[in-house]
Design a binder for this molecule. Structure first.
Ligand code: RBF
Length: 340
């Protein structure tokens, strides 16, 4: 974590400040009269990390419905050692009614900032903390998300006549080691209990060249399907798969089929844009349950696998799609219960 390159200065990107007149709000609320200001703190960069792009988009959509509300996107950059100071200066400015952010390391940072600025409110997605009356969190059921990836990876390998599957992570963090990697193994084992999982770590969320090197090594060691959870570095794995020709990538967080057809064979998505939109609207209506830690999964409509994309339909065999669909139907109906 501390070897991360200092890439971005504390760049403030004003993407959302309203330059155009806002539409009338869909819902009458106090936010119509009292100005409400929101900071969206991106722990990294928007570019290359759809999970952050979805966060910014969802907040923007909600704010656009309220004439008195505005939001500003602040990129924190890749040097994680600087995030707490940057969050502290946002809180110290006194300019923001709410600081919104996303990733599992944020709750601890927000608590530290909260101890110095107790009136600052936080809404943190993809993180978990309960009991602090100034902090609301929502995390996703990533056991479900990664199980779907592992299941497909094993089906693809089976169809290819055998081989290993791989997972490339940006860095090692508790959710990766305790939920995503085990969920991926669990999904794969449901297809083939003897399958080998090769797990490798880039060490940051931007180095595509390093990711390409890791992916090429995994392919040489027999991997035929790779799940990539490495932000902007993912493109390196896509490149390695394209060079190999017979290797497929499974995309995480957003629909990635169009990134490089036909190499992306699955998309296990989080609807973080919808979560940000719905929760910001609750906040603007005075109804966000601060102090609570919520969890959202497939049956709540926040996690899913994209099956209706034309690229998936044309590039993945009917046999694999049918088997994947059977598993998804069990997950969606609740018959397959992957509590997390
Ligand atoms: N995911 C990204 O896509 N891009 C990032 O820059 C990024 N940075 C992260 C930094 C930390 C400290 C942690 C714990 C996770 C990060 N993630 C990042 C992973 C993200 O929270 C999530 O687990 C993955 O996007 C899978 O849903």
């Amino acid at each position: 974590m501390n070897v991360l390159r200092k890439m971005t200065a504390f760049s403030i990107v004003v993407l959302l400040a309203g330059c155009t007149p806002k539409a009338r709000p869909a819902i009458e609320s106090a936010a119509e009269s009292a100005p409400v200001s929101i900071a969206v703190f991106i722990p990294g960069a928007v570019s290359g990390s759809p999970i952050y792009a979805m966060l910014a988009d969802g907040v923007k959509r909600a704010v656009d419905e309220y004439p008195a509300a505005s939001a500003q996107v602040v990129e924190g950059g890749y040097n994680q050692a600087e995030w707490e100071a940057k969050l502290t200066s946002l809180a110290a400015s006194g300019n923001y009614d709410l600081i919104v952010s996303s990733n599992p390391s944020l709750p601890a940072l927000a608590e530290a900032v909260h101890s110095k600025f107790p009136s600052q409110l936080f809404m943190l997605l993809d993180g978990e903390l309960s009991g602090n009356p100034s902090i609301y969190t929502l995390r996703y059921n990533q056991r479900e998300q990664s199980y779907m990836a592992g299941y497909l990876a094993a089906l693809l390998v089976e169809e290819a006549g055998g081989g290993r599957i791989g997972l490339i992570a940006g860095q090692e963090y508790p959710v990766m080691l305790n939920t995503i990697l085990p969920g991926y193994r669990e999904g794969a084992a449901a297809v083939n209990s003897g399958i080998d999982v090769d797990f490798r770590v880039v060490g940051n969320w931007y180095d595509a060249a390093k990711c390409a090197e890791l992916a090429a090594g995994m392919i040489r060691a027999g991997a035929r399907a790779l799940l990539c959870v490495a932000g902007g570095a993912n493109e390196g794995a896509v490149q390695a798969a394209a060079e190999a020709g017979d290797v497929r990538i499974i995309w995480f967080d957003t629909n990635g089929y169009a990134v490089r057809p036909p190499y992306i064979a699955g998309s296990c998505v989080l609807f973080q844009d919808k979560a940000a939109y719905n929760k910001i609207k609750l906040f603007l209506n005075g109804q966000l349950p601060f102090g609570k830690a919520e969890v959202a999964g497939v049956r709540d409509g926040y996690v899913d696998f994209i099956e209706d994309d034309p690229i998936y339909i044309t590039e993945v065999s009917e046999n694999v799609r049918e088997k994947q669909h059977e598993m998804l139907a069990r997950l969606r109906s609740g018959e397959l219960n992957l509590q997390n």
